[in-house]
Design a protein around this ligand. Sequence first.
Ligand SMILES: Cc1cc2nc3c(=O)[nH]c(=O)nc-3n(C[C@H](O)[C@H](O)[C@H](O)COP(=O)(O)OP(=O)(O)OC[C@H]3O[C@@H](n4cnc5c(N)ncnc54)[C@H](O)[C@@H]3O)c2cc1C
Length: 416
Amino acid sequence: MANIAIVGAGQAGLFLGFGLLEDGHEVTLFSDQTSDAILKGRLPSGMGLFEDAVRKEAALGLTFWEDVMTRGEGAILEFINPDGSVGLHICPPVARPHRGVDQRLKNSRWMQELERRGAAVRVVPLASPDELDKHVAGFDLVLVATGKGSISSLFERDPQRSPFAKPQRHLIGMLVNNFRPDLRSGTIRVLPGVGEVIITPFYGRENVKGRFLLLEGIPGGPLDQFPRELSGRELLAACQRTLRALLPGQLEDLKDAELPSEQCWLRGALTPTVRHPVGRLASGKAVLGLGDAVMLHDPLAAQGGNNATHMADFYRNRIRENAGRPFTAEWMQRTFDDFWQAYGQYAMGVTAGLLMPPAPHQQTVLTAAHHVPGMAEALIGGLYDPRSLFPWFVDPASTREFLLSKGVPPALMERL
Ligand SMILES: Cc1cc2nc3c(=O)[nH]c(=O)nc-3n(C[C@H](O)[C@H](O)[C@H](O)COP(=O)(O)OP(=O)(O)OC[C@H]3O[C@@H](n4cnc5c(N)ncnc54)[C@H](O)[C@@H]3O)c2cc1C
């Protein structure tokens, strides 16, 4: 069995660590923070996972919050008219599950659990690739899952696979309570030319059965006008005012929402980026990137953490198949390329697709999904499994046939 180092105690690194331990490997996890510091830190994300990823976590005995959290069920997509009323309402008849657990809670508990199951955990600030080089000389395989951390610059940006060169949205994410506590579905409201407002059930560190409120503002638009210096509570108040004006009558109960603490919010912008997966340390050692470190998504389509989980699972299988052989740079490149072909390109494609205004054939798909439940299911199903949207959602030549197969009447397809 191999002696494997994983750098980064996030969704990707920890999840892979559990799989590798189960396969009998020796696992050493390098983290820049203790589990206690992760738990007490600032909200890093609002990650919700869809059923396939949750099933993979459950298979490893990692879904510790099932009995206490509000389990997410279903997703609704709405297109908002310029006057703020709802235009298209796309709601699949079957509500498929998803789960949002605060990563401070999850990563900190998982880190302790990984150690309990036999991994060595080393808390070391690996500030640079040279620092990393000093610590990983003796390992058979080194996986770098440091997310947006600066060490991920070890992996060069791949311009061919990266859909954008700059952020397409400015983000505000908040864990709030006192807001739609019974709501189980996620809702994505698209305000054309303005951005998106997303609300999902979210189980937070403070044991709050809260909601994650995500504002995806198109740069320069009304969702991107909040002064930088606002505190979290001031920012929430400003968002409440703006959303009441943009979505009149739809989010009245947002006025009661509260921020449980000043650590429960974030602001920023992410450029969806794909990187070359093999990094070279000064010693010549090759290391393999995993998760956000090599495939960074804007959160609009909720693909980043799901993709990271599936990538980790894919790598686990490839490591198993490579038993007894060296983990060469060629093996690393092939492993990532095969994941990209099988899954990654579709996840990134959905992220990129949702960030762009819909093309004419996609407008027809959206109208069809508003009217025909089977189409609503197919469209929303593309978030749960991005592969299912291809080719019909991106290739106008195959859209008509797909819509017909879902029972969409030809009268709704006049523009195709
Ligand atoms: C607002 C927001 C909402 C989101 N919503 C969703 C969603 O609904 N669904 C979804 O699938 N995804 C979502 N995502 C994306 C998701 O959070 C990420 O894709 C996921 O966390 C990636 O996991 P990772 O392990 O690759 O990286 P991370 O979770 O970022 O983990 C990286 C870890 O590496 C550590 N690290 C960094 N540098 C070093 C170093 N030098 N040495 C050691 N450790 C280091 C960090 O401290 C961190 O613990 C969202 C993201 C944001 C910002």
